[in-house]
Design a protein around this ligand. Structure first.
Ligand SMILES: Nc1ncnc2c1ncn2[C@@H]1O[C@H](COP(=O)(O)OP(=O)(O)OP(=O)(O)O)[C@@H](O)[C@H]1O
Length: 325
């Protein structure tokens, strides 16, 4: 019989995934496709990808709620299969879909989660204080009657109530207003400063810069793991932003230009790269679209962002392309 959970020593990573595979429907749906990455102790790490990329499946494996088909994962030095009880005690989990008891008040929800973990609100008050004080004035309001931002703060308090070493937050900012999203990331920064390791997922590419390192995920595959800046710096081409009065026709026209390598809509602009980086590309692009009868044309160099890197990396993986089509 095992004496207790097996601790692995001298590791500098709080979360380790090795070649994880998860399928559904008897292997028909490949949700997590050979995923490996590590979250270092004390790191604020983002798992970034669109709906259906496999983020929730990964979180459910890490929180011991789902078994992987293949591969291994360790959280806070414990194996997710063998040591599931130990993991549940040292991990704080905020699932994507709202997990609070809607009919209980703020106070009751917190007390409930504290009791489940054999602790009290007072015992860990220092950790939740900053966040709790923002929702405390509404302490007697039922969770179901709170705004998205307040629900999110309460869910974070509940995930923190047992002083976890590792926080696993699955899309905590989805469907939350811009101000609350910003406040939430500020809270995560403060929790990181208190030594908590945080793995957070988001479909919002603009939140990548809030993380120290990120993994970009698409169709179950990891496209890249690095700091947001290094991922952006690895963008290999000069990027141009172009627009005209008729953006839809512009997209079709620019895509037909022979030298164009990639062209996709990006807000009110198209983002364009060329097969060869030539210094006169912006001028040539302007001339080309003017000849096609476009008016109010703007064409200029622009700095790539995480989303541009994401699109490029997706296009560079033919196996993902096949699955998309
Ligand atoms: N229980 C299930 N049965 C069948 N397919 C599933 C199941 N759960 C997830 N999937 C599929 O697995 C893939 C990955 O889903 P997953 O929920 O892990 O991704 P996600 O990135 O969290 O996206 P979302 O934000 O939409 O939940 C998707 O194609 C999804 O439809």
């Amino acid at each position: 019989m095992r004496a207790g959970p097996e601790k692995l020593h001298s590791m500098a990573s709080s979360v380790i995934l090795e070649n994880l595979v998860k399928t559904y429907n008897g292997g028909e749906v490949l949700a997590v496709d050979d995923v490996s990455f590590e979250v270092k102790d004390g790191e604020l790490f983002g798992l970034i990808g669109p709906d259906g990329a496999g983020k929730t499946s990964i979180f459910r494996i890490l929180t011991t709620l789902l078994l992987a088909d293949k591969g291994t994962a360790r959280v806070a030095e414990y194996d997710v299969v063998k040591d599931y009880r130990a993991i549940r005690n040292c991990v704080g989990y905020m699932p994507g879909r709202f997990s609070l008891y809607q009919d209980l008040t703020i106070q009751e929800n917190l007390e409930f989660f504290a009791t489940v973990f054999g602790t009290t609100i007072q015992a860990n008050y220092d950790l939740i204080k900053d966040i709790y004080e923002q929702i405390k004035p509404f302490g007697h309001r039922r969770a179901g009657k709170l705004s998205g931002g307040m629900k999110q703060k309460l869910a974070l308090c509940c995930a923190l109530i047992h002083k976890p070493r590792v926080l696993l937050l699955d899309e905590p900012t989805t469907g939350v207003d811009v101000v609350s999203r910003k406040e939430f990331w500020d809270m995560l920064k403060r929790l990181k400063q208190q030594g908590i390791t945080i793995l957070v997922s988001t479909p919002y590419m603009d939140e990548a810069n809030r993380c120290e390192r990120i993994a970009l995920i698409q169709k179950g595959r990891i496209l890249s793991v690095d700091t947001p800046q290094q991922i952006i710096d690895a963008f290999p081409k000069t990027l141009y932003a172009v627009r005209s009065a008729d953006i839809y026709r512009l997209l079709q026209d620019v895509r037909q230009m022979e030298e164009v390598e990639s062209c996709y809509t990006f807000g009110e602009f198209l983002h364009v790269t060329f097969r060869d980086d030539r210094p006169d590309a912006a001028g040539r692009l302007k001339d080309y679209v003017a000849k096609k009868g476009h008016t109010d044309v703007v064409a200029e160099k622009t700095a790539p962002g995480i989303e541009d890197s994401f699109i490029r990396l997706t296009n560079e993986h033919p196996e993902i392309q096949e699955k998309v089509s």
